[in-house]
Design a protein around this ligand. Structure first.
Ligand code: ADP
Ligand code: MG
Length: 324
């Protein structure tokens, strides 16, 4: 490596992200010292992105940096937590300076946008793998849990799921589509926007909450199961973007919205008594979410169309694998 490990950390990761007064000691010592607010609980999440597994080999370094942080911010958003600090364990095949500077800036830009400071990490040599841990806080006992739902709750999702799965397929060359809509879809995979502000606000309204990373249907089913109930989603209620519809048509757009992955939206349940207040105080148009169904007593997850149960046997990933 042309750069020493010390120089690399100093150049790209010291002072990365927001400056925060609660960082007593950041990058440089053996460990970071962080001042947690009184009355708060610490919320921690960690995720690894492996080259060629969680992002296509040769991905733009800024996107890798952005996504490594975004997936963790999304986990904190799903808990209703406010992110504050991040740690980065980076395994690199070589100290490529242009790769590193774009990677660091991709992560730093998202960190600054969410007032997150990078406070430490580890740097090793090996096949490219990026692990980020995010720490944040919530007022004591106020976190949103997957298990907080109850039969009868209204179910909502933010954003337009399915876009990222289509964007990934375009990135991988599995699906040929060009133009403005294609650019939008690719960006949705490369630079997902974690719903941190929505998650925090939802503490006052939601019962159960999960972030959508494995596909809306699968993640809604996880929320329902953790809550000891089942879920019904209205096929016609599933939000899809105009770009996705222009790319794959209405039917496949909804199928992808239900079964694609990498969306990093929030799926949450709200007690019927609180739905009116939610809609009035967090206007869906402004906050970008929509009612898609309900939690029910009987277990399982069903998609309802015109009163009948539909079945989905293919994942969004498979969908692009099979030539149509
Ligand atoms: P140690 O051998 O004590 O673990 P390191 O040389 O690994 O120390 O790290 C020195 C400092 O740099 C520590 O504060 C560590 O948290 C930080 N650090 C190392 N790698 C990274 C990285 N990729 N991003 C941010 N901070 C890092
Ligand atoms: Mg170390």
């Amino acid at each position: 490596m042309a750069l020493s490990e010390f120089e690399l950390i100093d150049r790209y990761f010291r002072g990365c992200g927001a400056k925060r007064a609660d960082v007593r000691l950041g990058v440089g010592d053996d460990a970071a010292i962080l001042d947690c607010p009184a009355g708060a609980e610490l919320v921690a999440a960690i995720d690894s992105l492996v080259d060629g597994v969680h992002f296509p080999h040769g991905s733009a370094p800024a996107s890798v940096g952005h996504r490594a942080l975004a997936v963790n911010l999304s986990d904190l958003a799903a808990m209703g937590a406010r992110p504050a600090w991040a740690l980065l364990a980076l395994t690199l095949p070589a100290a490529d300076e242009s790769w590193l500077s774009e990677f660091a800036e991709g992560m730093a830009a998202l960190a600054r946008a969410h007032d997150v400071a990078l406070v430490g990490g580890d740097t090793t040599s090996g096949p490219l793998c990026v692990t980020v841990q995010v720490l944040g806080h919530v007022p004591r006992a106020a976190a949103l849990l997957r298990s907080g739902g109850e039969a009868g709750d209204a179910l909502f999702v933010s954003g337009t799921p399915g876009d990222a799965a289509a964007g990934l397929a375009i990135e991988q060359g599995k699906f040929t589509f060009a133009g403005e809509a294609a650019t939008y879809l690719r960006e949705r995979f490369l630079y997902p926007a974690p719903r941190v502000a929505l998650g925090e606000r939802l503490r006052s309204y939601a019962a159960g909450c999960i972030d959508v990373s494995d596909g809306l249907l699968a993640d809604a089913a996880k929320l329902a199961k953790a809550s000891g109930c089942g879920v019904e989603i209205g096929y016609d209620e599933v939000p899809v973007s105009d770009a996705l519809v222009s790319a794959v048509g209405e039917e496949r757009a909804r199928e992808l919205a239900l079964t694609g992955g990498d969306d990093y939206e929030l799926c949450f349940s709200v007690r019927p008594a609180h739905v009116g207040r939610l809609l009035a105080e967090l206007p869906p148009q402004r906050w970008g979410y929509r009612r898609i169904g309900s939690l029910r007593e009987s277990p399982g997850a069903d998609i309802l169309r015109d009163g009948t149960v539909m079945s989905f046997s293919h994942s969004g990933y498979d969908h692009f694998m099979t030539p149509s």
